[in-house]
Design a protein around this ligand. Sequence first.
Ligand SMILES: Nc1nc2c(ncn2[C@@H]2O[C@H](COP(=O)(O)OP(=O)(O)O)[C@@H](O)[C@H]2O)c(=O)[nH]1
Ligand SMILES: [Mg+2]
Length: 400
Amino acid sequence: MNSIMENIDAKELSAFQRKIEEALKNNSLTTAAGKIQDYLKKFNNVELNVAVTGETGSGKSTFVNAFRGMKYNDDGAAPTGVVETTMEAKAYPHPKYPKMTVWDLPGIGTANFKPKEYLQKVEFDRFDFFIIVSSERFRASDVTLAKEIQKMKKKFYFVRSKIDNDMRAEGRKETFDQDKTLETIRQYCIKGLEDQGLGSPKVFLISSFDLGHYDFPDLEETMEKELPEHKRHVLLLSIPNLTLKINQRKKEAFKANIWRLALVSGTVAVLPIPGLSFAVDLSILVYEVRRYYYAFGLDDESLQSLANRMNVSVEELKAVLKSPLNQIKINKDVIVKLLQSVALTAMMMPAYLFSNIPAVGSNAAAGISLSTTHYMLSMCLNELADDADNVLMKALMANE
Ligand SMILES: Nc1nc2c(ncn2[C@@H]2O[C@H](COP(=O)(O)OP(=O)(O)O)[C@@H](O)[C@H]2O)c(=O)[nH]1
Ligand SMILES: [Mg+2]
């Protein structure tokens, strides 16, 4: 279980999980989606953990204090201007957003910086988004870090700090125009990031000594605006784990039955190719695959009711279905085609075929036959389970 979920009231969470499990067990994506949606609406209690990172001396700790409305010498302020010696992130509660904790991260090195290692050391998983601070142009290490954060499916903002210094230096020039200078710095930062492969990054220019000025109000506004989205994101991220777990269990239950079905349905005479012939009770297989649809809520009726409940069109939901099985109506012809294609593939996959087959001994033909049916059903099951996840996420995302 990840740290985000640990933050949520444990009792409420387990009640929530039970409800969703219940709904998914009863084959209803609609009910599950509805339950999740209600929960997201009601749930304002999510804790957010914001990580402030950047090079040593970039002004991270000063920003953490300023962000919390504190000066460096206030009680409980993060120490500033000190050489960081530990690799530990330090937590500071945010007075304005009681559910928000700001984390002062250790400085990132410049030479030979390994973002993955760094993120692991600071236990990145507990952070919901990152603020990357730099007092000059953003360097390769900032960019590689941002990319790694992106990979971890988390968000970040860039803060260009110590803007007061720039203004003071530039202010000496006769032609000084503050807005123009700020815009030049902003574009310079953005371009630098884009050149290093980051698309349309947001950069906020800030002086931690003068928060009323420059882009701080803008950063606060953006964060406030995106806060519900961040929270939603935090919760949504936990949903795949949940559904995956339930679908996994459901899948296991079906899987246990597959060998038996393969045996009772009869044999697929796969040899010799190309004249495939079948002595299989296809109706058993048709019935089984149809059961998967209903189990995962992918039949037309279930999808329609999910669409209605979540205010999305059924077309939108169907658009995320990846399995070709969802484009067709399952009947005997389809099953024959599937078995044929699997049999053909199976001929080229002896490793799969001759492992894992119970009670067929050295009878290769029987083995192939059984495996073909088994493989076909497993493939259908996996594809449909994945699609059930896709559809549920789509329905939830559409309601942002
Ligand atoms: N002029 C100016 N100096 C700053 C600003 N932010 C930080 N500093 C100074 O930069 C130095 C390093 O700041 P610190 O917050 O300790 O950086 P950290 O190593 O990233 O935590 C300190 O001397 C701060 O006073 C700022 O916005 N403007
Ligand atoms: Mg510091």
